[in-house]
Design a protein around this ligand. Structure first.
Ligand SMILES: [Zn+2]
Length: 374
């Protein structure tokens, strides 16, 4: 840990400070979480004004001490107090106002306001490589939001072209995109949002576990936004991610609700664990009947419901990747009618899972014969 005196205090952008009256400084604008500090000679206001991430803590202490004849250790204590109250961050590196900080300053302010180091969080997001499997309404919305959050390295996979019925669900597609490959539209769109961004694409159809493995091998995270063939697509992605130990986010959009969950194969169960847990006779019969009917569900979703689901997927992912929340293997459901959010299933690694379980005790469930993968 760097010596505190050599750090660079940076005032948190969301903590607005202003003169309340001639003798008082106020921090914050909200009804709660704001407070008044006696400051009749302007010491605090000056000290805060130079917490801009460019001066070290020591330089600030010396400067304020000389200007207002206060002991340096008193100033240091005040800075620590402000840090404990979420007002500033002691950065290990000098904060330089440049294109990067300007681009991401609202993200940084947001993360910092959640009591974590916003700059570290933003740099982490900048450093991740993410693969998006499926670039329909969901995949494109995920891509757009991840660019806003500062992810700068993508691989996008989809074999399909933009059709007329895509235009109502995905606000980024234009009529002039009709007939173009979705990945090509995605590449052009992503680069137009951030010229620093690295992005590659594949139009291969994902039929086998090996197909998916070849697309995700150098990714940090995978977003599974492909939903066909039903059940099989999720099994394929889950198994490929298990084999290569890649964490993955799944999302499902139905008419009335959206559901999402994270699988992290390094330490939790997988989609087959979930299926093993829920494969009662009724579920097996349902999947069997749908399969026999050559199940190809018609999408009954609007851009609004897809956006709600994608926001939920990304927020849940952010909780994990930025805030370290242990929210894996929980299916979270958002009801689109009353906005109730519930955890519907909390599943664990299953010993007889055919993908990640004990090889001596493989699951012989009929379910896995109905929806086989290879
Ligand atoms: Zn499993």
């Amino acid at each position: 840990m760097t010596n505190l005196k050599e750090t660079y205090p940076l005032w948190n952008l969301d903590k607005f400070y202003y003169k309340w009256d001639d003798k008082t400084l106020r921090i914050g604008t909200d009804d709660t979480g704001s407070w008044n500090i006696p400051d009749d000679n302007g010491t605090w206001k000056y000290m805060i004004s130079i917490c801009n991430g460019e001066l070290t803590t020591n330089e600030i202490c010396v400067d304020v001490s000389n200007k207002y004849s206060i002991e340096q250790k008193t100033i240091l204590e005040s800075l620590k107090q402000l840090e404990q109250n979420g007002c500033l961050t002691f950065l290990e590196d000098r904060f330089i106002l440049n294109d990067w900080t300007n681009r991401y300053k609202t993200n940084i302010a947001y993360f910092t306001s959640k009591n974590i180091n916003g700059i570290t969080a933003q740099k982490k997001l900048n450093s991740l490589k993410i693969t998006i499997l499926g670039l329909g309404g969901g995949g494109f919305t995920i891509l757009s939001n991840l660019i806003s959050l500062g992810v700068e390295d993508f691989h996008i996979v989809d074999f399909d072209t933009v059709e007329l019925s895509n235009l109502n669900r995905q606000i980024i597609f234009k009529e002039s995109d009709l007939g173009k490959l979705k990945v090509e539209v995605g590449m052009e769109y992503a680069k137009s949002r951030n010229s620093n961004l690295k992005i590659s694409q594949s139009k291969k159809k994902m039929n086998t576990v090996a197909d998916i493995e070849s697309e995700i091998s150098d990714s940090d995270w995978v977003f599974c936004c492909m939903d066909e063939p039903a059940y099989i697509a999720q099994r394929l992605v889950s198994k490929a991610c298990f084999n290569l130990k890649k964490p993955v986010i799944f999302g499902f959009c139905q008419k009335e609700n959206g559901r999402t969950f994270i699988v992290n194969p390094s330490n939790t169960g997988c989609v087959d664990c979930l299926f093993t847990q829920i494969a009662n006779d009724q579920f097996v019969h349902l999947v069997s009947a749908l399969k026999k009917s050559d199940f190809k569900p018609v999408t009954s979703a609007t851009s609004i419901t897809i956006n709600l689901l994608c926001d939920l997927m990304i927020k849940n992912w952010l909780d994990n990747v930025v805030y370290g929340k242990k929210n894996e293997n929980q299916i979270i459901r958002l009801d689109f009618n009353d906005f109730q959010m519930t955890k519907v299933v909390d599943f664990k690694k299953h010993p007889s899972c055919p993908t990640c379980g004990d090889k001596q005790n493989l699951n012989q469930s009929e379910l896995f014969n109905i929806i086989p993968i290879s």
